[in-house]
Ligand binder design. Structure first.
Ligand code: ADP
Length: 276
């Protein structure tokens, strides 16, 4: 994967990658001692590319998302978003999680528009007033803007959560297992929605998932993290493997890719178990 680097000073570099996690190491201090979670991890994601990150449970995937969003600052290394050093929480990052957490006292549309109340006024001025409504239509929720969250199914709530993550035109989108709690049919439906969203307005992003089929369906690249403290164990560029339909997941090529990834995850998990 390409990434131009311009040297600015002896110690500082600016990257043109949309997301650049640069040699990041992070350790949590816990009651039982230091817990090293990430170790010299580097990830670069170019504009309009979508990268899936998979790895054993507890290896540090959610920690990585918090570092990219500026909610955590790494002990060592740096995180860059569009050439800017991340040193505090970033409102220019859109996030969606396994639990959509919609506020029941607000309508669906008002939930979706919530980020617009938080971002700086200059950024808000760039967002068309009907943006939330347009996103609702794009994800198949036209006519549901005035409903309360409790009137939506799990899949519909997750669609609304995706709209909320995108409403302020974020520089990057981070999805942390957003479809994990959904049934298989709804999940696949959401995958197709994601492809439609990307076709309509390409975005740069990172998807944390445990579902390898989801990873190869949605991502341009899959990164397998090692056991904790996690670093890049393996990465697979899927640029030449374009999936457009769910049937494409059952071709021989798709099976081969899934088997390679499964082997990598197994390797990481075995190391993780051996270390316990
Ligand atoms: P993953 O998303 O891969 O399951 P996480 O990034 O959530 O992993 O967590 C990695 C490890 O760090 C886990 O062992 C978790 O218990 C621990 N951890 C996560 N957040 C904290 C925290 N704020 N303080 C201490 N330990 C944490």
């Amino acid at each position: 994967m390409c990434c131009k680097l311009f040297t600015v000073t002896e110690h500082q570099t600016i990257t043109t990658s949309q997301i650049h996690v640069d040699r990041v190491t992070h350790t949590y201090e816990t009651e039982t001692g230091a817990l090293p979670v990430l170790n010299d991890l580097t990830i670069k994601i170019e504009e309009n590319r979508f990268t899936a990150v998979v790895g054993p449970s507890g290896c540090g995937k959610s920690t990585l998302t918090r570092l990219i969003a500026g909610l955590l600052i790494p002990d060592e290394g740096e995180v860059w978003l569009k050439g800017e050093h991340v040193s505090s929480p970033r409102s220019s990052v859109g996030m969606a999680f396994q639990n959509p957490v919609l506020l029941e006292w607000r309508s669906v549309l008002k939930n979706i528009n919530l980020p617009l109340e938080i971002i700086p006024a200059e950024a808000r001025a760039q967002v068309p007033s009907n943006r939330g409504q347009e996103l609702l239509e794009l994800v198949g929720l036209a006519g549901f803007g005035d409903k309360r969250p409790s009137e939506l199914s799990g899949g519909m709530k997750q669609r609304a959560s995706l709209c909320r993550a995108l409403v302020h035109n974020p520089e990057v989108l981070i999805l942390d297992e957003p479809f994990a709690a959904l049934d298989a049919f709804t999940r696949e439906d959401l995958w197709l929605t994601m492809l439609r969203l990307r076709d309509q307005e390409p975005f740069t992003g990172l998807l944390i998932t445990h579902d390898l089929r989801e990873a190869i369906f949605l991502a341009d690249e899959v990164i397998v993290l090692s056991a904790r403290p996690a670093t890049n164990q393996y990465s697979l560029d899927l640029s030449d493997f374009k999936i457009r339909t769910l049937d494409d997941l059952y071709t021989n090529e798709a099976m081969d890719i899934l088997n390679v990834l499964r082997g990598q995850i197994q390797q990481a998990s075995e190391i993780s178990l051996a270390e316990r």
